[in-house]
Write a protein that binds this ligand. Structure first.
Ligand code: SAM
Length: 228
């Protein structure tokens, strides 16, 4: 997504995303005094919902335009940084990274670097929760909400593990066209990168459901990761 251009529309585009359910899922792993950072926080909705539940959550994102919106919601620290080049002098006991942030990375080397960087800012008993997109096929879909039609077309090349998507949002008779390229990481790739940097996958879930184990054909996957 061209976040610079679309930041101001982002919340409209994703008005039907179930952030409350995702936040309730995250709550399963949190303790009241946790020091949390939301990496790739975007407009800060998970951080805001967690803040409303009494947690202190810092945010980090590559795009200033997204952070400018997050700043209107959350009162804690916001870092304008790239996950591939973190410069944070603080440790967190929970790192969350929600809604395909790591799918923006180009390859395994970048994934490993990001996980290494996460580990560097994680306390020894800390937890990482990453949420990844996991398409199975190419396809297309049209959703209609109150004032919005979303037409999605995606092409998933299993060999290269690259998904190219085009999404057309039509809101109040205005059309916005977004395209993005995601690297889709397999469960084994995530596990291997974790092992390489001294992390371990403790559990995998599907669809933000603590009772649903994530498997290779799940549409989205949430990984619970800790230090070895
Ligand atoms: C699909 S949005 C998800 C935003 C938010 N987590 C949510 O659930 O709404 C992906 C976010 O990841 C951020 N992002 C992508 N690559 C990044 C990187 N290398 N470092 C930091 N943030 C990145 C984007 O700027 C964007 O805000």
């Amino acid at each position: 997504m061209e976040y610079k251009q679309f930041a101001k529309y982002y919340d409209k585009f994703y008005q039907n995303k179930n952030y409350a359910k995702e936040t309730d899922f995250l709550m399963n792993f949190l303790n009241p005094n946790d020091n949390i950072i939301d990496v790739g926080c975007g407009t800060g909705i998970h951080a805001f919902l967690l803040q409303q539940k009494g947690f202190k959550v810092d945010g980090l994102d590559l795009n200033k335009e997204m952070l400018d919106i997050a700043q209107t919601r959350i009162s804690s620290k916001l870092y304008l940084q790239d996950i591939l080049n973190l410069n944070i002098n603080q440790k967190y006991n929970v790192i969350i990274s929600m809604f395909a942030v790591l799918n923006h990375l180009k390859n395994i080397q970048e994934l490993e670097k990001a996980l290494q960087n996460f580990k560097n800012i994680l306390t020894d008993d800390g937890k990482i929760i990453i949420d990844l997109h996991n398409p199975q096929n190419s396809g297309s879909k049209i959703d209609t909400y109150d004032n919005m039609t979303r037409t999605m077309k995606w092409n998933y090349d299993k060999k290269s593990k690259i998904e190219d998507s085009q999404i057309i949002f039509e809101i109040d008779n205005k059309k916005y066209v977004d395209s993005h390229t995601f690297r889709i990481f397999t469960i084994n790739e995530i596990k291997q990168c974790c092992t390489n940097v001294g992390l371990v996958v403790k559990a995998i879930y599907e669809n933000y459901d603590i009772n649903k184990p994530g498997i290779s054909v799940s549409k989205n996957l949430q990984f619970l990761i800790s230090k070895i």
